[in-house]
Design a protein around this ligand. Sequence first.
Ligand code: SAH
Length: 207
Amino acid sequence: MGADELIRMFGGRVHDRLVLDAIRSVPRQRFVPASLAQQAWENHPLPIGQGQTISQPLIVALMTEALQVGPGDRVLEIGTGSGYQAAVLAQCGVEVFTIEVRPELADGARRVLEELGYAGIHYRVGNGRAGWPEQAPFDGIIATAAGDDVPSAWLAQLRPAADQQAGGRLVLPVESDGGQELQLIRNTPEGLHRSSLGGVRFVPLVD
Ligand code: SAH
């Protein structure tokens, strides 16, 4: 798929070259069940087993762009799932720390990511609400399951803003008014800055 085709597919909503190139390079069909490989690029979530889903390409692209990452950044991901989002981040040159609560999904994702040769991905099985304190601070934290609140551990593990360096970014879906909202929270010298990236539909964050 060419870059222009991808930009069209995303309705002009994603422009970051690093993100677009990463999405072009990662073989998405490897992260969905073989029976759904033909549908891998369609604009809707697909089941990945255990009642969980892989987000559609546009949502992965929007969330990755919102993280504002560059090569060498350290990113915590909550909800490894199929491993696709982790692959896109790794392809951006990011060091990824990914946590998955369901062991079967964690095992499957790790197998595919290792087969494809992605280095710089660290895996943990468990509840991601506590984050990964031993590896903090993070330049970015991305959650791919929606909770009712923003876990305080994630805010605490965002890199503080320093003189010449931007603070950490947190991208996550949050339950609100019976729907879900994708939020971007940035750590700035003036404190946390929160903005909305629109309505989304994610599986629930396990407590
Ligand atoms: N990023 C994934 C999306 C997977 S769906 C991908 O690219 O495929 C969200 C995942 O979050 C599911 O696999 C679910 O098991 C996991 N999850 C839900 N609550 C969690 C929690 N508290 N800690 C870690 N993982 C969790």
